[in-house]
Design a protein around this ligand. Sequence first.
Ligand code: S3P
Length: 208
Amino acid sequence: MPETTSPASTSATQEARITAALGARSIVLVGMMGAGKSTIGRRLSSRLGMPFLDADAEIEAAAGMSIPDIFESRGEPDFRDGEARVIARLLDSGPAVLATGGGAFMRKETRDRIRDKAVSIWLKVDADVIMRRVKRRSDRPLLQTADPEATVGRLISEREPVYRQADLTILSRDVPHEKIVEECIEALHGLLCRDGAKETNDRIGVTP
Ligand code: S3P
């Protein structure tokens, strides 16, 4: 009788192969505010059985104050330095799924660290989806401007060429979160485990 594999066990195998191929490396989610990095990251971590870390929450814990308060009392450059330090520490703390704040990947030193120690996923999101998601919240200091929509447009055009340097791109949109998570799993599997993964594995030092 031919051997059959149920979809559930195929998926479990896929996840096990991804974590094996990752080895000591993390998965880092990058992209604009409102892209769903924390929501998707948390779900992705539980699918893969990896810890979840949220850089913004860790920055707030390290500073003992909220991100709006850090911007207000210390200014953005100080926030960015703290953000780079916290992400460096989290990347050194072992494999995890790490959600980063929207500006983190803009710093070259952070991008280089992510490239060395992780596989990165850009959650790409359209301006109108961002606006819908952030509209009623005041916890994004960069959007406390006279014209938040124009600010989002400017940030998108400055940042997208940099976000594009991530290893994988997934389109974040208003579909069930599990669909986006599934697309992340498929993309990670394609990058790390399928034929053609050799180049990536060589770069990240994995022997399949
Ligand atoms: C920022 C995004 C925020 C937070 C800070 C700055 C940015 O994180 O780090 O307000 O520069 O885009 P989220 O992307 O999690 O909202």
